[in-house]
Design a protein around this ligand. Structure first.
Ligand code: BGC
Length: 378
């Protein structure tokens, strides 16, 4: 019995070493103001994905792979200067290749749902995959989160970044038009992570690009004690399949009111829904990039995340569908409410909702939007 136990020790030690290397990989000290590139692994079609490490001069490290434009890590210092990884995800490419709910990904061609996977433009009917019950979700079966983007890194005096581009062919996932999409991630020395999205198409197409990172400003546990403020006095009411009914409802005196900061946990159970939690599109009061859209404060670490955007809405999602079945970085199990997403966007199902702002990009036009996540601690 004893002998058996001793014989396991070398295996346990090797296991521990591999585990700590994988975890520490995120903490290795590197040079501020640099971008570096490493191989991340092979995709099923044998193409190769890379991972980029961007380090600014103010203590933030960002890791991004060109597989799905996925952000795999954001190390942000707390109020005492101690960095922690504040996004959910995996240490290896295989984690991202296995089924997972869009961890860190660029979502497109259309973020969120399109009812029954159908829409019409100028009398032409289009049919998309129904990959979420009867509805189409986040661009379909092989959306922008599952494709290999071309990547180019860059550096300026006060920032580091990666420019990702992808040609989505006419008919891909059912969408019309050859669409050239460019998404640029810029990490500035004043701790802004800027997402710049642009696209052109040779046929009219719906488009709604966004970022699906799940945040946990403590790096572990649940997010219920995070304090949230959303500058939105209305949200889009949804049916039981999470498709908007068309009604924009006042948040006042409802669990959806975040116009003054409150913890996520405060009214979480009162939101209803199945599974219960926030999974709602907020109608932002301002579409000006200068105006604060969302502010999240985590009181223990002192970390603060602010969101600025020129988009009309933001999907506030509290990881309601996470159920502990996925194990991520450092062997952390992702349970319900392990992370929150702030997906700046056009309203869900806009292609079928004539009263919502239009999300149609026409040939000859350029789609261009910007969102900023700004980090600090106090
Ligand atoms: C949606 C959720 C969905 C999640 C992961 C969010 O953007 O609003 O309903 O479950 O993405 O797929």
């Amino acid at each position: 019995m004893k002998k058996n136990l001793y014989s396991q020790i070398p295996i346990l030690l090797i296991g521990l070493l591999i585990f700590s290397v994988a975890c520490n990989q995120r903490e290795v000290a590197q040079v501020p103001g640099t971008v570096s590139k490493k191989a991340f692994g092979k995709l099923p079609d044998s193409s190769l994905a890379d991972i980029y490490t961007l380090i600014n001069h103010s203590g933030i490290t960002l890791k991004v792979t060109n597989y799905g434009g996925r952000i795999t890590a954001i190390m942000v210092p707390d109020k005492n200067g101690k960095p922690e990884d504040i996004v959910l995800g995996f240490d290896t490419l295989s984690g991202y290749l296995a089924a997972n709910p869009y961890f860190g990904a660029i979502v497109g061609r259309y973020g969120n749902r399109i009812a029954k996977g159908k829409f019409e433009i100028d009398g032409n009917k289009y049919i998309l995959a129904q990959n979420n019950g009867i509805n189409h979700l986040h661009g379909g079966i092989q959306g922008f989160d599952k494709v290999l983007w071309k990547a180019e890194d860059f550096k300026t005096e006060k920032s580091v970044g990666v420019k990702l581009s992808y040609l989505s062919r006419n008919g891909e996932e059912g969408y019309p038009g050859n669409l050239n999409a460019i998404v640029t991630y810029t990490l500035t020395d004043d701790n802004q992570l800027i997402f710049d999205y642009s696209a052109t198409s040779d046929k009219s197409t719906p488009i709604n690009l966004t970022q699906h990172s799940y945040f946990n400003l403590t790096g572990k546990g649940d997010i219920k004690s995070h304090e949230v403020m959303i500058s939105a006095s209305k949200y889009t009411v949804v049916d039981s399949t999470l498709i908007p009914t068309g009604e924009l409802r006042n948040v006042k005196a409802t669990p959806f009111d975040f116009t003054t900061a409150k913890t996520i946990g405060k009214d979480l159970l009162a939101t209803g829904g199945n599974p219960v939690g926030y999974d709602h599109n907020y109608v932002l009061d301002s579409k000006r990039i200068k105006d604060l859209a969302v502010r999240v404060v985590e009181p223990l670490s002192g970390r603060i995340m602010e969101v600025y955007t020129d988009q009309p809405g933001v999907q506030f999602y509290t990881g309601n569908f996470l159920d502990g079945s996925i194990t991520g970085k450092c062997a952390i199990k992702y349970n319900q409410y392990s992370g929150f997403c702030l997906e700046t966007q056009h309203f869900p199902d806009s292609p079928n909702q004539p009263t919502f702002p239009s999300s149609i990009l026409k040939p000859g036009e350029t789609y261009h939007t910007t969102t900023i996540y700004k980090f600090s601690a106090k």
